[in-house]
Every structure is written in C-alpha cells, then in structure tokens.
Design a protein around this ligand. Sequence first.
Ligand SMILES: [Zn+2]
Ligand SMILES: [Zn+2]
Length: 137
Amino acid sequence: MEEYTVTELEDALKVVKQLLPPRYECLACYLNRMLASRNCNGLKWCTTYRDLRAPRATAMERKFPDLGGYCDCEVLANIFHINDALWSSAEGGSADDAYVPACHKVRLGTIKPCELWLMRSGVQWGGGVFRSATRAS
Ligand SMILES: [Zn+2]
Ligand SMILES: [Zn+2]
C-alpha cells in the first residue's frame, strides 16, 4: 500500500480546496472560475458542484445537454449568460475582460446562478431541480 507524507497530503489538500466551490458560490461563478485556469473536460465541474452543493439536482446531466451544454464551457456559453449590467467594472461601463465580479451568492442546494448571470430563457428552475418549460405549440 502506498504511503504519503504529511507534507504531501497537505499539499494535495490545498489543491483540492481550490477546486471546491466555497459555500454559497453559485454554479455559474464556480464554472467561470474553474474554466479560467483549467481545461474543460465534459461536465466535470458541473457535476462536482452538484454533488457537493446541490445533490438533489439529479436532472442536471440530462437537462444541460438538452440546452446545448454538453460540457462545462458550453454550459457557460449556452445556458448562463453574463448579466452585462453587473459586469461593467467602471462608471460608463468600460469593457475590461479581466474584471470578474464576486459571486452574489445563492442558497445551498440549487444549481441556479446568482444575479451576475441570466439563464437561458424557456427554462424553469425549481427546488434545485432543473425543469424544461412545457412547450406551448
Ligand atoms: Zn467544453
Ligand atoms: Zn455567482
């Protein structure tokens, strides 16, 4: 059996902590943060967030691809949209790509984004579970 030194374990723990969503950080802000420094690899960050923060949102893997989110970056591109009004860093809204506002926070147990993000329309969210809107036609 492999043995680890305390230092190795502490270093590993630091890395793991950076990968975890802080309490109340929303899924969209978490994804945005993870993808800024890491590669996209399927719905890995979405499922990490869901398992840790919103374990009841079990429909996620089924619903996100339905909406064009087959992987984390597509979820960020196709399902969550930046709420421009809250992302302008300076007066007059000068565009600064590096500016990322702090998460506005959500309650635990939901995969809804905070106010910094707009959800793709036609989608209803409830009780941390992702539901498709019934199509009226
Ligand atoms: Zn991707
Ligand atoms: Zn957020």
